[in-house]
Design a protein around this ligand. Sequence first.
Ligand code: HEM
Length: 124
Amino acid sequence: MSYIALKHLHTTAAALSLLFFIIRAYWSVIESAVLQKKAVRIAPHVIDTILLACGLAMAYTIGFNQGWIWAKLVALVLYIVVGTVAIKRGKTPVTRGIAALAAVVIFFYIVGVALTRNAWSWLA
Ligand code: HEM
C-alpha cells in the first residue's frame, strides 16, 4: 500500500476512533445497554487496529528514530488505557466522564504531535 494511502486510512481511522469513542463514552456515562451490543464492543478494536497498523507501517517507512513517533505510541497506549476507564473500568458516571475528557485531551495532544512532528505537540 502506498504511503499516501496509509496516511489517508490512518487519519480516517483516527477520526472514526475519536467520534466513536465520544459516542461510547456518552453511553457509558448514561449507563446505556447499547454498550453491551457485540458490534459496539468489536468496532473500536477494528478501528484502533487499523489506526495503529497504518501508523506503524508509515513509521517503518520513515524510520523509528524520531522522538515524536515514540511520543505518539506512548500517548496512544495512554489514550486506550484511560479510554477503558471511561468506557468500563470507572465505577461511577462521574469517574467515567472525567476519564472520557482526559482521553479526548490525550487524543488532541496526539493530533498536535502528528501535525507538528514534535513531542511538544501544540506547544512546539
Ligand atoms: C490516536 C492516535 C493517533 C492519531 C489521532 C494520529 C493522527 C495523525 C494525523 C492527523 C496524521 C496526519 C498528519 C498530517 O497530515 O501531516 C498522522 C500521521 C502520521 N502518524 Fe499518526 N496518529 C495516531 C497514532 C499514531 C501512531 C501510534 C503512530 C506510530 C506508531 C503514528 C504514526 C504516524 C506517521 C508516521 C504519520 C505520517 C506523518 C507524515 O508523513 O506527515 N500515528 N497521524
